[in-house]
Design a protein around this ligand. Structure first.
Ligand SMILES: Cc1cc2nc3c(=O)[nH]c(=O)nc-3n(C[C@H](O)[C@H](O)[C@H](O)COP(=O)(O)O)c2cc1C
Length: 181
């Protein structure tokens, strides 16, 4: 592994113009320049998880996804809630990491953003359960709900709400502290 610290981010929305992806883009402005920050946009390319090929012969896209996470020092997930749960495309990507354990003890932050006033709390709770099963380490200040997201993040990926901005900065500072110690 190279010495440069790396943070990977995954949006649970594959929609063009996604608020969740915009939040991840906005985070780039809060991350120190010496840290490599990559928004992985390949979860839509991952096949449905299948235990038959999980360990012996995973597809190349799965191998690449696992390698990216193995070589990263932290992960940030920002996701909407779909039908009161985690979007299937995101959950599918995490299922590919169960046996290969790339998230074991890895510092992770979870943001759930929704236009609703609940902020997608059910998806948030479910995602934390999944990450607990994977033995990921949720960092201090690393669990954030962003209700009414459309009033807080612009289409050009600017955070317009001061308290949301401060919460995102605290989340990044916590991730950075964790990967530097
Ligand atoms: C199929 C579907 C189901 C949804 N279910 C929920 C839900 O359970 N809770 C919620 O807060 N929002 C729900 N929404 C609204 C999403 O939060 C909203 O579309 C959000 O903007 C998606 O995030 P994005 O902008 O990052 O794509 C749903 C949207 C769709 C299309």
């Amino acid at each position: 592994m190279s010495r440069q610290k790396k943070i990977v981010a995954i949006s649970g929305s594959i929609r063009t113009g996604s608020s969740n992806t915009n939040i991840l883009k906005a985070l780039a402005t809060f991350i120190p320049e010496d840290i490599e920050y990559t928004i992985y946009n390949g979860i839509k390319e991952l096949p449905h998880f299948n235990p038959d090929v999980d360990q012996m012969n995973p597809p190349a896209v799965v191998k690449d996804f696992r390698k990216l996470l193995k070589e990263s020092h932290a992960l940030i997930i920002c996701t909407p809630e779909y039908a009161k749960s985690v979007p299937a495309v995101l959950k599918n990507s995490l299922e590919w990491l169960v046996s290969s354990a790339e998230l074991y003890k890895k510092p992770v932050a979870v943001i759930t953003a929704s236009p609703s006033i609940t902020g997608g709390d059910k998806a948030h709770e479910s995602l934390l359960l999944t990450l607990g099963m994977l033995d990921a380490t949720i960092v201090k200040s690393g669990s954030l709900l962003v209700p009414t997201v459309r009033t807080k993040c612009n289409d050009d990926a600017t955070i317009t709400d001061e308290s949301t901005k401060q919460a995102l900065i605290a989340l990044i500072n916590s991730i950075v502290d964790e990967i530097h110690h």
